[in-house]
Design a protein around this ligand. Structure first.
Ligand SMILES: [Zn+2]
Length: 175
């Protein structure tokens, strides 16, 4: 059984992690994936993808069927004038989703928890699928579409298209 671990990195409310985990489980309930929550770990000393993924690395075992997604309560960037919403490292079976820029209030807009949670959910599902070997999709409503900004994330459906869903399950069956 392939296991997907969600790892809070930084101070994230347990209720939010539990809710997101339940939503991810629901979206993947017809697949052969087991989704579980890991205990939270502290933020790394530098907010770069490499430092965040290093936090996850020691949680990985030799189990080739285990994958980790870090949910990071920090703005993650490669350099000072750059930022990322998500990143994956296929060879180490782990990825991350950075939360702060997914909140409307980051942009001085009214807080909207539903919008925020929908964005996080879509990015987690996409990270999981990328780690499992699914490719990007041209359908801008599909989770696997390469959204370049929040608007493009928002207009996606929180689901895989009719091409991607069977492909994902084929990938899962071969791991
Ligand atoms: Zn698709």
């Amino acid at each position: 059984m392939i296991r997907i671990g969600l790892v809070p990195i930084g101070k994230i409310p347990e209720s939010l992690v539990a809710l997101l985990t339940a939503q991810v489980k629901d979206k993947l309930k017809d697949s052969a994936l087991l989704v579980e929550i890991h205990p939270a770990v502290a933020l790394p000393e530098k907010n770069t993808p490499a430092f965040v993924l290093a936090r996850l690395a020691h949680l990985l075992s030799n189990n080739q069927q285990k994958f980790l997604i870090g949910l990071v309560e920090a703005d993650i960037s490669e350099s000072e004038d750059d930022f990322i919403y998500n990143r994956e490292e296929h060879s180490r079976r782990m990825g991350l989703v950075a939360l702060p820029r997914l909140r409307p209030e980051f942009y001085k807009l009214p807080a909207n928890e539903a919008v925020f949670q929908a964005r996080v959910l879509k990015l987690i599902l996409r990270e999981i699928a990328l780690l499992l070997g699914l490719s990007l999709c041209q359908d801008n409503k599909c989770l696997m579409y390469h959204a370049r900004n929040l608007h493009e994330i928002d207009i996606k459906y929180p689901s895989f298209c009719l091409d991607c869903w069977p492909q994902l399950n084929t990938k899962i069956s071969k791991i």
